[in-house]
Design a protein around this ligand. Sequence first.
Ligand SMILES: CC(C)(COP(=O)(O)OP(=O)(O)OC[C@H]1O[C@@H](n2cnc3c(N)ncnc32)[C@H](O)[C@@H]1OP(=O)(O)O)[C@@H](O)C(=O)NCCC(=O)NCCS
Length: 200
Amino acid sequence: MRLVPILVEPIIPEGSFGGADQPVIEVSRSVSLRPWDGGDAAAVVDAFQDPLIQKWHVRRPDSVEEAAGWIERWQSEWHKESGAHWAVVDPSSNLLFGRIGLKAIDLYDGTAELVYWMAVSARGRGVCSNSVKAVSRWAFDDMTFNRIELEHSVDNAASCRVAGKAGFQFEGTRRRSARHADGWHDMHVHSLIRGDLNEG
Ligand SMILES: CC(C)(COP(=O)(O)OP(=O)(O)OC[C@H]1O[C@@H](n2cnc3c(N)ncnc32)[C@H](O)[C@@H]1OP(=O)(O)O)[C@@H](O)C(=O)NCCC(=O)NCCS
């Protein structure tokens, strides 16, 4: 069978990042993004005890083994160049603050979807929005991404605020487009495209 040829080159050339070690990204003196480690599994399970994290995510690891499997998948996506996932930590104590990542990376269009959660004790002091800004700078300044998309339920006001604080533009509402454990949700779509960070 002959493949139908594609008429465009990938915006992110294959091999741009997956062959190299995943970088540690310094967000501030007290917040770092580092590659996931199998030893983070117990802290992931702890974070998912929070009802709000359970409300806004459709999966919940119930054991350290399940969380370790998740972490392995996040690590492997870096090498396949299909995802880039970081643990958000306190660099001095290695305490896990949360998760931030780019999933569904499309090398041709240079697009990805941003995902995050923060442990209850880390919330309300800008850890998430500053981490979003840092990942966006990596994607646009160090890499050649074209667009990062962020989606959240219209009922998730904190996530909407994070998007705004990090400079993402609101694009609209996708009606009844995601199902959480409590049923269907209309979803807000926000995006950051190449050049947005250098404007204004
Ligand atoms: C959303 C989440 C990641 C934000 O993390 P965070 O580190 O607290 O975020 P930041 O401190 O950078 O910003 C949060 C902003 O939301 C605001 N906020 C928090 N709860 C809010 C609410 N119920 N309604 C409106 N605004 C709210 C905060 O006041 C803050 O804005 P401000 O700095 O202008 O005061 C965190 O709350 C979380 O993990 N929630 C549960 C899981 C989740 O929602 N994941 C995202 C799925 S799309």
